[in-house]
Structure formats: structure tokens, C-alpha cells
Ligand binder design. Sequence first.
Ligand code: CMC
Length: 437
Amino acid sequence: MKSSEVKATLSFSDGSPSIELPIYQGSAGPDVIDIRKLYGQTGKFTYDPGFLSTASCNSAITFIDGDKGELLYRGYPIEQLAVQCDYMETCYLILYGELPNAAQKQEFVRRVSQHTMVNEQMQFFLRGFRRDAHPMAVLTGLVGAMSAFYPDSINLHDVAQRDISAIRLIAKLPTLVAMAYKYNMGQPYMYPRNDLSYAGNFMRMMWATPCEEYVPNPVIERALDRIFILHADHEQNASTSTVRLCASSGTNPFAAIAAGVACLWGPAHGGANEACLNMLYEIEAAGGVARIGEFIAKVKDKNSSVRLMGFGHRVYKNYDPRAKLMRETCHEVLDALGLHNDPLFKLAMTLEKIALEDDYFIQRKLYPNVDFYSGIVQKAIGVPVSLFTAIFALARTVGWIAQLNEMIADPEYKIGRPRQLFTGSPARQVLPLAQRA
Ligand code: CMC
């Protein structure tokens, strides 16, 4: 982070002295005004609910240019990573800053595959959940519980422990997601198979049974790998900021990642792919393509709270580059599985076309986001809708850990403690119960 020659001057209309604030330049993206001394110098806080104009940290991991529709992991365009690399290479890149060479990749894959099994006791912990428990409720619990199962890697301030917890989380998340699914289905858990790819092993743990051999379909394997790559990190989004804030107290990595899982669950964030499919089901149940016009009218009505799920993004105001890649995968998968004529997919494609041509969406720069297509792909390959967000969590785990590691290694890191504009009652006296109105 480089100091700019330019300074910002903040002046007040009540005659209070103005102050000068330093400006820093990153390697790309907008400059930032350093307001850390603002309170000390003026007695005032800044007010920015939703962090619309606030950079909460400096980071060298992911860069997004929302106007250009650009997404870079460690400087590499997502379009190149999605086509030329696999998820394991992407994880290595996000975690360690550089793409691995062949030997480094082999060693990383070996390390991850050594940790794919979970403590056998975890299945008894899982058994405490209702069979119909939402997978995100289960995952929040299981990931949090890892701090109890792996107490030798919970010291956030020990680099070696942080590294082993990172590998454990990347390795075990697919196992835990698949266990949550199998438990839901009442089927036996499938142990991991380390000779398969990361995605292939996940597919086998999801869809194989002990009764017969299972060979992953390579089109689906590649589609899942791409879903993982596209969701691996996304700079300071809500769940990543949650992980950073949570870890800033010095809690253990598993607890911090569990907080990220919990945040991701919300429909405005990772839960959007599930919400999007549920929306398609609702339109389908109401009459399908013929009812889209009515649905769009509801979305545009200021008095309804209905949103077109899978559309819009806080940062991308041109297009979501992940959506473009996921759209490609979506068509590949639908072709490979002969699903182009499935009524639900036809409905999704019609909705996409109508929304892209509608003034309401054009004016507000609302484009399909990655979740619109990833939901469709996952539905096509047989992932139950309630598991969509858990798969997003699995893929995002590497990003959360890398961001957490970056924060802990940053000499400027402090416990996160936002301030507030208080609007409640001023100090008052407690009346005895009998005298209260
Ligand atoms: N459908 C209809 N109208 C929308 C939508 C939508 N999906 N998204 C935004 N708008 C409208 C909104 O009503 C507002 O209109 P107006 O200016 O007339 O009041 C305008 O667009 C700006 O909306 P906003 O709420 O200020 O935008 P935001 O940046 O705060 O919200 C968002 C971003 C992603 C929460 C929102 O677009 C949304 O709710 N989308 C649907 C949920 C979704 O798909 N989320 C997944 C995001 S991608 C995955 C991830 O990174 O987590």
C-alpha cells in the first residue's frame, strides 16, 4: 500500500478546524482515504452501514473490477484459471500466492488427500441432527465441531497449525457435505477415495453406494470443478468479512470458518442459488413460462419484496464474469445429459432472456449472477436444492482460510470493532416495578 501525494481535506460548516487525511493507493482499484485518526482528531465517527464506501482491510488475494466485470485471483483472470487450471491448482494459488509447478501441485494434492477422512466420531455427532435437517445447519455445526475433533490445529497464531487446519478444512469439507447428504437420504456414508480427483471423490461420496462400483462422469466432474474454481474466493464479501471479524478475536480457524458458513447461508449471499431454484419451482407450479410476465411484474412492483433471485450483484454492475463461465458449463451439462427440453430449464432460459431485455433490469444493471447458472447446473447433475449452498461453502473454504491467514499475518491487524450512531434513549433511571406505566 503506497501513500499518495494527494491528501483529502475534511472541513466542517460549523467552524471546527478542518483536518487532512492521508490517501493510499493499491496496485489496482480505487484509492482509499485513511480515517483511522478521524475520531481522535474530531471526536466523530464515519457512518457507512453495509460498507458501501469502506475498505475494511488491505488484501492481495482477489481483485474485482465491478464496472469492467473483471475478477482476478492473485492477478490471474478467472477466465484463464477456469479453462487452464483445476481447483487444486486454484486452491494452491489462493493460499500461497503463486500457481504451483507440477511437483508442487503433486505434493499439495498428496497433502490434501491425506486428510480427506474425518474422525470416525463425527458420524455420531451428525446423528444428533434430525434426518431432515438443512445441510447448512448441519455444516455449520460440523465445521464448528472440528475445533473439538482437531485440537492440535486450533492455535490461530501458530503458522504451522494454521497451515494444517487449512489443509484439513479443504480436504474434509467435501467429506462433511457428502455425509450431510447421505444422512439426509438415509444411505451409508461413503469413505473418500484418494485416487480420484477432488471433484471425482466428492461425486463418489455423494452418489456411490457400497453395492456397486461408481465411475464419475467426466463432464459432471469438470462442471463441479469449475463451480469450485468460480466460488473459491470473492474478496471482502459478507461471509469473508464475517470470517475475518470472527477470527480477529483470536478464535480458532474452525470456529471462524463455521461463522463464514453461517453467513453464507443467507439468501442475499450464498443461499441465492437455492432461492433461485425455489423461485423457478414456484413459477413452474403457478403455470410455468406463461406466468413469467406476471412474476416479473411482481419483481418490479415497489410494494412487493419479491426479487429475481440469481440477478444483481453489489459489486458487478456490468456483468458477473463467473456467470459467463457458468452459463457455458450450464449448456455443456444440459447437452451432455440431454436436458435442454426439461421444462424447468426452459423456464430458466426464458426468464433469463426476458429479464435481459427488460428496461427495469437494464437501467439498474441487473444481470444474472453466478448463482443463477450454478443452481441450474447443480439441479441438472442431481444435487438436491437444499445442498447447493453447502457446495458453495465447500468451494469458498479456501478463500476464507487464505483471507484469515492474510489478516493474522498483517502487522496492522486489530480486533474488528465497528462503532455506531446511537439513536436509542438517553440515560434514564429504572423505576421500581410498581411505578412503571
Ligand atoms: N430483483 C429485482 N430488483 C433488484 C434485484 C433483484 N434481484 N437486485 C437489485 N434490485 C433493485 C433494487 O430493488 C433497487 O431498485 P431501486 O433502485 O428502484 O430501489 C436496485 O436494484 C439496487 O438494489 P440494491 O438492493 O441497492 O443492490 P445491492 O447492491 O444492495 O444488492 C444483491 C445486491 C445481490 C443483494 C441484490 O441484487 C439481490 O438481492 N439479488 C438477489 C439475490 C442474489 O442473487 N444474490 C446472489 C449474489 S451473487 C453470489 C454472492 O456473491 O453471494
